[in-house]
Design a protein around this ligand. Structure first.
Ligand SMILES: [Zn+2]
Length: 103
């Protein structure tokens, strides 16, 4: 993820962006501090970001059913969700991500 703090064109303010998405607005000192804080906590930022845009599906090795991060269970006859062309969770609409199998 690319985190920047820079002067916002046409204003006297600064802006903080994460991968081009504006997440903060303020004076230079505030924005520099926020950008620094985000960089130092990048792992946490990634986790929070992922939870907003991804739904993790975990296969139960015993039953073969897939448990979704949004609290549902889905069974496939064959293959994984992605192998079956499922890009989005059928329940919450977030992008589907296959998590590691629970052993
Ligand atoms: Zn979901």
């Amino acid at each position: 993820m690319k985190i920047t703090a820079q002067k916002k064109e046409g204003t006297g303010l600064y802006t903080v962006t994460v991968d081009g998405v504006e997440v903060g607005l303020g004076d230079e000192k505030e924005c520099t501090a926020l950008a620094e804080e985000l960089r130092e906590n990048l792992d946490k930022v990634n986790l929070i970001y992922d939870s907003f845009v991804l739904c993790d599906w975990t296969e139960d090795v015993d039953s073969g059913a897939w448990e979704t991060a949004c609290g549902n269970i889905f069974e496939l006859t064959e293959g994984t969700p992605l192998e079956n062309g499922m890009e989005y969770c059928a329940y919450c609409g977030k992008k589907l991500r296959e998590a590691k199998r629970r052993v």
